[in-house]
Ligand binder design. Structure first.
Ligand code: BES
Ligand code: ZN
Length: 457
């Protein structure tokens, strides 16, 4: 039997195991889930061992553990480093879920659960591809290393230091990551660029304590008003970000790349429906695809302060807060952008408030070479599995470790994603299209065979 047939014959068990994995609420940002993070790491280690991967260990970090695995088959064969994350976003707002986030529900062709697509389902594709090699031809066609982290959704604080201190352990010819989406069920895509991120939390303090708005209102500057004005001023009327110097290092799109991006299949109506909006918005002079993948952006992710419980309270609050994130493009540095927004907010805030800006996390964007043999192997693997050649696209989301792999290990990453644009990542009713789970396993088998230059079938 070959690995593809094996996969075909074991689909149901593979899916049942994935459901089991999804039952563990591995929410990395919430302290109360620390034991679940440990449980998820152990589950993953046990299933890697069961899949036949000979060396699998849990490596502690200052945060959540890293699951590292190794299957070295031939010193002359190339080495593929598989990266994934077993942590998930918090499930809230819970009331908007149609099923329980940690009780995976199969509805039609979709599997609903937090982490189904991001990233447990996509990570597990690799574990099952390795099992298929183990159970048929005995071993994968290349050397395998796996690096599965538990802190991706909170900015991977332990990962870069881990990579920097394990350069030799992680040495490889190429990295493969399945943590992105393709264009549609029948339209595979290869991502060749990712955006970076700079994430800050802003705290404005007006009066040192809350005040009665009848006694002081109108004579003391309300920090929520100030924050609203500051935020409103962060974009101009053309949708451009007003922070001085923000666009300084932005790598502009070449005319050639703009032509290429314009060829990506994009149906405006479908896009509007997926986003559940009636019109688009953004930086003047750029298409939706350019704005969402090749231009830097700024979003307020949360804003709070004062009284927000039911009923009325006539308070003039002492503080106002906001979480603000900026998606960056090459060659913007997240450290510099964090400094620029901090200085800008401090410069323009009136003397009636003090402004504190905290750096929550950040990471660099990346552009990946498209002419490597591994890229070719990915292209061929998608084409064979989906019966259609993949299109090259840029991703608006961020996977900062891709730049770390380039800089620290000197290796490129192949983004071998199998999600769909409507998978509801980070939102209620996250799902994974089950046929893509199986196609993912097939594609990974073909990809590894391609990298190892063995026949796919
Ligand atoms: N899987 C996503 C990255 C992604 C997002 C791919 C959208 C395709 C489309 C990843 O888990 C993620 O959410 N990354 C964070 C960045 C991180 C530094 C918190 C993101 O993009 O917000
Ligand atoms: Zn992810």
């Amino acid at each position: 039997m070959n690995p593809l047939n094996y996969t075909d014959q074991h689909r149901e068990r593979f899916l049942a195991e994935l459901k089991d994995f999804l039952c563990i609420p591995s929410v990395s940002t919430q302290e109360q889930h620390r034991p679940d993070m440990q449980r998820a790491a152990k589950w993953l280690r046990d299933h890697l061992l069961a899949a036949g991967v000979p060396l699998t260990v849990i490596m502690e970090t200052p945060g959540h553990p890293i699951v590292y695995a190794e299957w070295l088959v031939d010193p002359d064969a190339p080495t593929v480093l598989i990266y994934g994350h077993y942590d998930v976003q918090p499930p809230d707002p819970l009331e908007l879920w149609r099923t329980e986030p940690f009780e995976p529900a199969e509805i039609g062709d979709d599997l609903f659960a937090r982490g189904a697509a991001d990233d447990k389902g996509q990570l597990y594709i690799h574990v099952k591809a390795l099992e298929a090699f183990h159970e048929t031809v005995g071993a994968p066609p290349v050397n395998i290393k796996c690096l599965f982290e538990g802190e991706e959704e909170c900015g991977s604080p332990s990962l870069a230091p881990f990579i920097e201190s394990h350069v030799e352990l992680l040495a490889a010819d190429v990295v493969v990551i399945s943590d992105t989406h393709i264009l549609g069920k029948e339209t595979p895509a290869i991502i060749y660029a990712l955006r970076g991120l700079a994430y800050v939390e802003v705290e404005l303090t007006g009066p040192q304590h809350d005040l009665h708005s009848g006694i002081y209102g109108g004579a003391v500057h309300n920090p929520i008003h100030v924050l609203s004005e500051l935020i409103a001023g962060l974009h101009d009327e053309n949708g451009r970000i007003t922070i001085p110097g923000f666009y300084d290092n932005v790598r502009e799109l070449s005319a050639e790349e703009r032509v290429e991006l314009a060829k990506i299949p994009f149906d405006r109506e479908t896009w509007l429906a997926e986003a559940a909006v009636t019109s688009d918005w953004g930086e003047e002079g750029y298409t939706v695809i350019e704005r969402t993948s090749a231009r830097p952006t700024l979003d307020v992710n949360g804003i709070w302060g004062g009284y927000t419980e039911p009923g009325a309270k006539t308070v003039l609050p002492s503080q106002a807060h906001a979480k603000i994130s900026m998606r960056l493009v090459p060659d913007q540095s997240h450290e510099r952008i964090t400094r620029l927004i901090t200085e800008h907010l401090q410069n323009i805030a009136p003397p009636t408030v003090t402004v504190k800006v905290q750096d929550l996390h950040g990471g660099a964007g990346a552009i990946i070479r498209r002419d490597s043999p591994e890229m070719r192997a990915a292209f061929d693997a998608y084409a064979a599995t989906f019966g259609r050649e993949p299109v090259f696209i840029r991703e608006g989301g961020s996977i900062p470790v891709v730049a770390v792999f380039q800089e620290v290990l000197g290796i490129e990453t192949i983004m071998l994603g199998f999600g769909l644009p409507d998978d509801n990542l980070h939102a209620p009713n996250e799902k994974f299209h089950i046929p893509n789970f199986y196609k993912g396993i097939e594609t990974v088998i073909r990809f590894l065979n391609g990298v190892g230059e063995r026949e796919g079938e």
